[in-house]
Ligand binder design. Structure first.
Ligand code: FAD
Length: 372
C-alpha cells in the first residue's frame, strides 16, 4: 500500500510491481498523480505548466539519471535565475556579474574575492546564531542586504534574525561569469512533461491508483497489506500527538498574457520587500524548442499553511527538530510502515534525492523480501 503518488511513492510502486511482481495500491488524495512535480499543458495556451512551482531536473548521480531516462527524454534546458533588486536585474547565484553590477565596477576574480573577504571580516561574526548572522558571515553585508534579507523575510514570513542559522548551509560565490544555476552533470525538463513520467511509472497491471482518496478517510477499511509506504506528513500520521511540524507554503497567481514573452527567462526572484510575491515564473522558457504566441506566468506568494493547505518548505526551527525526533521514535514502533519522501522525512528533497532515496530504500526492502 503506497500513500502518495509523488516521486517517492511512484518509484516505489513501479519497483515493487515491475521487479518483484507485487500487487500495489496507490492512494492519492489529489485528483492527479505526480505530487508536487505534476505538470500538464495549460488548457488556454498549450504551454506545459508546473502547477506546484517550477521543477528543473538536475543531478550528478548516474543511478537516478539512468533510471528516469527509462521513462522520459529530457530537453537541453539549462537553468538560470535572475533577481530584480531596486529596478536592476542581476544573475544568481552570486558571481562576478552580480557583484560587479551591484558595485558598478569591473573587479577581477581576485579583487572580487578580496572584496567579499573584507566585507565578511567587517561583520566580525565568528559564531552565527541565526540566519542573518550566518549569511553575513558567508557573504558580507552588501550582498546580504541586496539579495538575501528581504527575499527571505517574505519567503519565511519571519525576520532573518528569528530564523535558525542552519536554513543556510552555504551561499556559494562563483568568481566567474558563469550564470548557470546548477553545477550538475545532467539537467533538463522532460520533453513530454512530468505528467507523462508518472503515467509511465504507474502504468503496470499490478498497480492500482486510487485518486481523490485520503488515506486517513479509508485507513480502517483497507484490504490487508504487507507493507505501507507513507509519503504524507509524518506528524499527521501520528495525529499530531507531539504537535505540528513547521512548514511554509506557497500559492501561485496565474496570468495568461497575449504577448510572446513577458520577462525573457523562466524564473525571476523578486528581492524587494515591498513587492509582495517572491518569484515570477514564465513557463514557456523551459521548452525553448517549442513556439507559442502567448505566455503564462505565475507569481509566487509565501504564507503560513493551515491544516488543509499544501506544505512546501520545512522550517526546521530547533523546536521542529526536537519534535521531529519524537516522531522518528514513534515511527520506529511501526516497522511495517516506511516513512519516505519530503513530507514523510520532513526534509527539503530535490527530485533526484527523492528518486535516489526511494531506489535505495527499495533495494533494502527487496533484500529483506527476497530473504523472506
Ligand atoms: C516550489 C518548489 C519548487 C521545487 N523545484 C524543484 C526543482 O526545480 N528541482 C528539483 O529537483 N526539485 C524541486 N522541488 C522538490 C520536489 O518538489 C520534491 O523533490 C518532490 O516533490 C518530492 O516528491 P515526494 O514524492 O516526496 O512528495 P510530493 O511530490 O509532495 O508527493 C506526495 C504526495 O502524497 C500525497 N498525500 C499526502 N498525504 C496524503 C494522504 N493522507 N492520502 C493520500 N495522499 C496523500 C500528496 O497529495 C502528494 O501527491 C521543488 C519543491 C518546491 C516546494
Amino acid at each position: 500500500m503506497v500513500v502518495g503518488a509523488g516521486f517517492y511513492g511512484s518509484v516505489m510502486a513501479e519497483r515493487f510491481a515491475n521487479e518483484l511482481g507485487w500487487k500495489v495500491v496507490v492512494l492519492e488524495k489529489r485528483n492527479h498523480i505526480g505530487g508536487n512535480c505534476w505538470s500538464c499543458p495549460d488548457p488556454e495556451t498549450g504551454i506545459e505548466v508546473h502547477e506546484y512551482g517550477p521543477h528543473i531536473f538536475h543531478t550528478s548521480h548516474e543511478q537516478g539519471w539512468k533510471y528516469l531516462n527509462r521513462f522520459t527524454k529530457f530537453n537541453n534546458y539549462r537553468h538560470t535565475v535572475w533577481a530584480t533588486r531596486k529596478g536592476k536585474v542581476y544573475p544568481l547565484p552570486f558571481g562576478l556579474a552580480a557583484i560587479n553590477l551591484l558595485l558598478g565596477r569591473r573587479l577581477s576574480p581576485d579583487e572580487a574575492r578580496a572584496w567579499v573577504a573584507e566585507e565578511v571580516r567587517k561583520t566580525g561574526i565568528a559564531d552565527p546564531k541565526n540566519l542573518e548572522e550566518k549569511a553575513l558571515s558567508l557573504i558580507g553585508r552588501p550582498l546580504y542586504e541586496a539579495f538575501v534579507k528581504e527575499y527571505n523575510e517574505k519567503h519565511w514570513g519571519m525576520k532573518p534574525t528569528e530564523l535558525p542559522a542552519y536554513i543556510i548551509t552555504r551561499l556559494p560565490i562563483r568568481y566567474t561569469y558563469n550564470v548557470g544555476y546548477y553545477n550538475d552533470r545532467w539537467e533538463g525538463i522532460p520533453i513530454d512533461g512530468y505528467g507523462a513520467i508518472f503515467k509511465k511509472l504507474l502504468e503496470h497491471p499490478n498497480i492500482e491508483v486510487r485518486l481523490n482518496t485520503d488515506y486517513f478517510s479509508v485507513r480502517n477499511s483497507l484490504p490487508p497489506h504487507d507493507l505501507l509506504i507513507y509519503t504524507g506528513p509524518i506528524d499527521r500520521f501520528f495525529d499530531y500527538k507531539h504537535g505540528r511540524l513547521g512548514w511554509r507554503s506557497v500559492r501561485f497567481e496565474k496570468q495568461v498574457l497575449d504577448i510572446k514573452d513577458f520577462q525573457g527567462t523562466s524564473v525571476m526572484n523578486e528581492c524587494d520587500g515591498d513587492v509582495p510575491y517572491t518569484r515570477t515564473h514564465e513557463f514557456k522558457h523551459f521548452t525553448p524548442e517549442l513556439k507559442f504566441d502567448r505566455t503564462v506566468i505565475f507569481r509566487e506568494y509565501s504564507f503560513a499553511p493551515g491544516l488543509d493547505d499544501d506544505l512546501y518548505y520545512p522550517v526546521r526551527t530547533n523546536e521542529d527538530v526536537a519534535r521531529h525526533a519524537k516522531y522518528l521514535a514513534e515511527a520506529a514502533t511501526v516497522p511495517h510502515v516506511i516513512f519516505g519522501g519530503r513530507l514523510g522525512a520532513y526534509a527539503y528533497l530535490d527530485m533526484e534525492n527523492t528518486v535516489s532515496t526511494a531506489l535505495d530504500k527499495y533495494a533494502d526492502l527487496r533484500r529483506g523480501a527476497v530473504a523472506g
